[in-house]
Structures are given as structure tokens and as C-alpha cells.
Design a protein around this ligand. Sequence first.
Ligand code: PMP
Length: 404
Amino acid sequence: LWQDVPLAPPDSIFKLTAAYKVDPYPKKVNLGVGAYRDDDSKPWVLPVVKKATAKLLNDDTLDHEYLPILGLPEYTVAAAKLILGPESPALKEERAVSVQTISGTGANHLGALFLARFYKFNGPARIYLSNPTWANHRAIFRNVGIEPAEYPYYDPKTIGLDFDGFIGSLKDAPSRSAFLLHACAHNPTGVDPTPEQWDAIADVMLEKQHYAFFDCAYQGFASGDLDKDAWAVRRFVDRGVALLVCQSFAKNAGLYGERVGALHVVSGDKSTAERVRSQLSVLQRSEISNPPAHGARLVSLILNDPTLFAEWKQDIQTMSGRIIAMRKELYRLLTEEYKTPGNWDHILNQIGMFSFTGLNPEQAKAMVERAHVYMTGNGRISMAGLNSHNVSYFAESLDKVVRG
Ligand code: PMP
């Protein structure tokens, strides 16, 4: 039995981290992993999370019973307000359904499964993914029998958005196609549409009756402002684009391993939402029965307590502020200190945890092999891996590789 099972390749990011760990070079730098690190390259437990954890530990009313199938209600309600906005028409009209999921990955999976079961595709089931996108998107849709197609997104020539290609693809796709959109801080490029470009995207989506499958893994991380990073989602809801949103608290609350996420499906009216809820409940039951409690309790405390909520916003500022400071310092080093050939404006303009440096695969390989700077072959770096101790070494190494 199982003799015919082929050997799968290891996950490229996890492979990179493993290689970094065994490298004895003292100046080695890990820019592969998409997780926040403090200025000493250490994982950071948010002070607000420490406080909320202490509260939970002292709460004698809590037990380890199952949560409801759709999750902890005070968590899902607050999470919906956070992404859709407290004044969202979708919430006021009770036409949004929120499900607690196994972080953002689980939200993507449940959303994909829901589409596979109930979305009436015009032709064979297909989802349009940005080129490039988070590598897991492809696998998640394939798992439920939806074939990923691509839309142009990143233009290597400008190291920015291929807006015309994107719009062209929206126009050329059969009507009622599903498009996966990164709500903010696009992974892996760090390139986001401007508000005007989002509006133009919404125009075509409405015209062609496309479905917006939003993935929002970095709310607050992009700009430091939770509302600003939810702008595109809220705008699309206001404009009546049919959509769902996948939400994750892995990055913005530093709760990676706790797997706290949600799927929000916005319908046209309340009775449709009720039917959607009933089916999501059936799907969730067969997949995980009910979601885990601890992380949702933590986030629920933070979102529902005004003092903790204010402290969380501060913590988000600490994280996004450090990342933005690193962008500025790297830009300064490349343009002023090393005078590295090329234009480096994108280091400043790109948003969120990741930056596409513009390095080609050979240059990225040279960074790993010659400088012990661990980064993916597509030239992506996690800005969170840079800090005041290693940014100079990184800039110097980049400069050497660019000069060949
Ligand atoms: N979507 C995108 C675009 C991501 O970058 C990530 C995290 N790398 C996720 C979803 C899901 O992450 P998690 O399951 O840890 O919430």
C-alpha cells in the first residue's frame, strides 16, 4: 500500500527557514518568513495579548466546552465590525454571515468550499488569482475542485501594479467570474491599487457581475490604521459588489499559532443570508465540527473592551511603525550611502510586511549563497526580518549583488 505515493517537495518558505537555522554564519539574516520580529529578530507577544491572556487565566467562569459550530458569537460579531466597519450597511441590514475559522487559511478554504458547492460559475468552476499571489491560494482552490486562473497584477518593469493588464483581465473574463483580491498589503509584492484604481476595478466587477473573494490577512499592518486597510472591502460593500472576506488575526494580533480567523459572506438581503448561514454551518460541521476557543476568546476580549482595543491599536502602530522605519532606512542606505544602481522608490512605496526587491532569481540565489541572506527566489523579502542591527549588512549585500 502507498508505494505509488509520490514524494512531494517541501514547502519553500519552511525549507528556507530550516536552512537558515543550521547556517552557523554570525551575520545571517532570515527574510523568508512572513511573521513579525522585533528589533532583536525575536517573535513579539503583543502587550495587549499578554493582558488579555492574564484576564482569561483569572476568569473562573470559563470551561473547555465546545463552541457553537459557527464560533464564539461575541468574537464573530466584533470581527465583522472590524473589517466591514461598525456602520456597514451589510451589518445594519443583517445580510452578512460570519463564521469563525482556522485563521485566514481556514477562511480561504471554507470560502472556496462554499463557492465550489453553491456559486453558479459561468462555465467550469474557476477562480482568478493575481500573478503572483500567496502560494497557498492555488492549492486551497484546487483542493475543492476550482481551477485557478491568473490575472496580471505585478509589472516587473515598473516594480508596480500592472493596472491595465488587471482591468483587461476583468473585462475579458466570462461574466460572473470569481476574482481573488488581496484587501491590503498584497502578498508577495507589497503593491496595492490606489483608491481610484480600486474604484475602477469595482466598476468593471459590477458591470460584469464578477464575484470578489477578498483575502484580508494584514488589516492594520499595511498602514498602521485598521480602518484605512479595510477601505477597499468597505467600498466594495457600499457599491454593491457581491463579495466575501477572509480575515486573519495571525499577523495583526501576533496570534499565528492560535489560528484565529473568520469568513464573512455578504449577501443581498437578510433571508438569503439566513440560507447562506445554514449551509456554512453544515460545511463547517463536517470539516471541523466547531472552531477552537482560546484565540477567539483573546481577540473577543481585545475587540470588545475599549481600553484593550485602544492598546491593541498602539501595538499595531509599534509593528507597522517599525516596518515602515526599516523601509525608510533601507531606502536611505541604498540611495545615499551605497548609491546602488537602479531606482529603489518601490522600497518606500510598497505596503505591508513584504517587499518585492526587483532582484532576479540569480541575484536572489546569490544573496542566499554569498551573503547568507535567506530570501525567496522571486526576490521577495519580509521587511519584518530587517532591524537596526542587520539592515546595513543587508543593504551592503544587496549592493554587491546588484553590481554583480
Ligand atoms: N492570505 C494571505 C495573503 C497570507 O499572506 C496569509 C499568511 N501568510 C494567509 C492568508 C493566512 O494566514 P493564516 O492562516 O496564518 O491566518
